[in-house]
Structures are given as C-alpha cells and as structure tokens.
Design a protein around this ligand. Sequence first.
Ligand code: FPP
Length: 277
Amino acid sequence: MRFLPANRVAELSPDEQAIYRQLDPARLPQHVAIIMDGNGRWAGKRSLKRFLGHQQGAESVQYVVETASRINLPWLTLYAFSLENNLRRPKTEVNFLMRLLRSYLINNVQRMNDNNVRITYIGRTHELPAEVQEKMHWAAEATAHNNGTVLTLALNYGARSELVDAVQALAREAACKNFSLEHIGEEDLRRHLYTAHMPDPDLVVRTSGEFRVSNFLLWQMAYSEIYVTERLWPDFRGIHLLEAIADYQRRERRYGGLNKLQESDEAPVPDSFLVPR
Ligand code: FPP
C-alpha cells in the first residue's frame, strides 16, 4: 500500500463532500480503473460531430483526476485509446484523438502538478506518432516528482497484446537465466505485465451502460468489482466517481473464499447430500 500525503477533502464540492462523508476512508479502493465510453453517443444525442464528444470527454478526464487526487486515491487508470480503436476507427478520428491527447497533456500538466498527480502510460505506446510520444514523455518527466495520485493512461492498449508481450518477455528471461518453463508461476507472468508496479484494480467502472470489458486489464481485473453506469463519459464527473466508490464499499469481496458467517458454518456434510434429490 502506498503512503500518500494528507488528503484534500476540503477542496471537494459540497455535493461531493456529502457523498464522501458516507464513505469509510479506511476502505477506499487503492486502484480504480475506468473504461471511458459513450463520447460518440453523447455527441450524437446533441446532433454534434463525434469529435466534440471526445473533446468533452477530455474535460471529464481532468475533473475526475482532480477529485481522485483530493481523496488521495493512489492509482487511477483510464482506458483512453485501445489497440482496436487504433486499428478500426477512421483515420480522421484516430488523428483527432492523437491531437486531443497532445493538447490535453500540454494544457493540463500544470494542473496535474497543482494536484500532486503523476502521469504514466501503459500500452504499445512506441507505436503512437512521434510527436505524441514526445509530449507523453515530457508530461511524465514534468510530473515525475509528484507523490499523490498516479494517473495511468492506457494508450494503444489491448489486454491480449499485453499478455503476449509479457509471455515474450518471460520467455526471454527464461532463456537468459536458464530456468525451466515448468517452474513458471502466476507471479512470474505478473512481473512482466505493463502494470507490474501497481496493485490490481479494486474497482473497474464502465460508463454508457455497456456490460463489456473490451480487452481491458483482463489479467488484472480477475477479482475487481465492476460498476456499470448508464451515464455517458462526457457527463461523468468526480461526484460519479465517489458514487461508484460508495457502491463498491457496499460490496463484499471474497476472492473465491467465504464470508465470516459462512466460514463459521463448519459442520461436516453427510454423504446423503451427495445424491441429487
Ligand atoms: C469511447 O467513446 C471513448 C474513446 C474511444 C476514447 C476515450 C477518449 C477520451 C475520453 C478523450 C480523450 C482522452 C484523453 C486522456 C485526452 P466512443 O467513441 O466509443 O463512444 P460511443 O460508444 O458512444 O460511440
């Protein structure tokens, strides 16, 4: 668990504070990951071009990041651009998203620093345009000293390709260190994921009402709680992040085990129960 500086709850809006007061600060998630969906529908509902939905979506990103930093959320990961987006969206939309990302970084690094946010990335980012990579690098360097929320943007990211990359890296390591493949365990693969340095997400939020995981953090979300909201990403704000966390705190996480009450029910089971009735 990361040690973070004192939180800035006093900077939340009155509405956010009302939700925050219902939360148990000792049980805040360590890591929230968000599948930001619905930009196109948001624009369509207003008879606007899709790119305006993405532009509005970039505004939501900053609002949510700032609320996360005020409550001292250690890790926030946003699915900003998938490998599939890169391959299957029209070139004009991909180019717009790249320009938007660049201008988001240029315009928000100061606010990230004001909010003690450090930005990092996961995905096959080396395949992104050079001028985007250059700004990504610049923003990461410019915020590297911050010790509050770590904002991770998943860019040109796909979970299956992450697993392929991890397996290749592990195979190289095995060849180099001469260890046998039979001894490979979960931890060995985990060490080679893009997310090796962070905890798995406790909570995965998806906006726009779709019940899909869309090739996002497939390994890491094995035991995540999933929260789906009908709200479209451009309408999502910090208060909705707090609502998702309140919902998360009402869940019981069992990781495939039992709860305390069930554990105490240890009476032996007679063989007659094996026969279906
Ligand atoms: C889904 O909307 C969202 C995306 C394809 C990418 C998310 C991008 C942003 C939130 C804006 C830029 C982000 C940053 C970090 C600057 P969609 O187009 O799939 O929506 P639809 O399903 O309604 O068509």
